[in-house]
Design a protein around this ligand. Structure first.
Ligand SMILES: [Zn+2]
Length: 83
């Protein structure tokens, strides 16, 4: 009888641990920081005035109130802003 009780307790403990692990994984606790979420949070995305691609404000080339995805697009816009 004692052995059966130990087996049942071990089985319940195992199931309990699986449940806790599944809950932690689902809430993201065991996955670590999410890189895509980090870039989305905090940093402002700016659209390129030339091609419309959105770039993080720290990587954008800014001129007055405009933003550009690269220096070439900034130069192209300055050369021909009417396009
Ligand atoms: Zn661009």
């Amino acid at each position: 009888m004692g052995l059966i009780r130990i087996v049942i307790i071990l089985a319940l403990a195992y199931l309990g641990w699986q449940l806790i692990k599944a809950t932690l994984t689902r809430t993201g606790y065991l996955r670590g920081p999410d890189r895509s979420a980090n870039t989305q949070s905090g940093e402002k995305m700016l659209p390129c005035a030339r091609c419309g691609v959105h770039v993080p404000s720290s990587e954008a080339f800014q001129y007055r109130n405009l933003a550009f995805c690269c220096q070439a697009h900034q130069q192209a816009y300055l050369d021909d802003p009417g396009e």
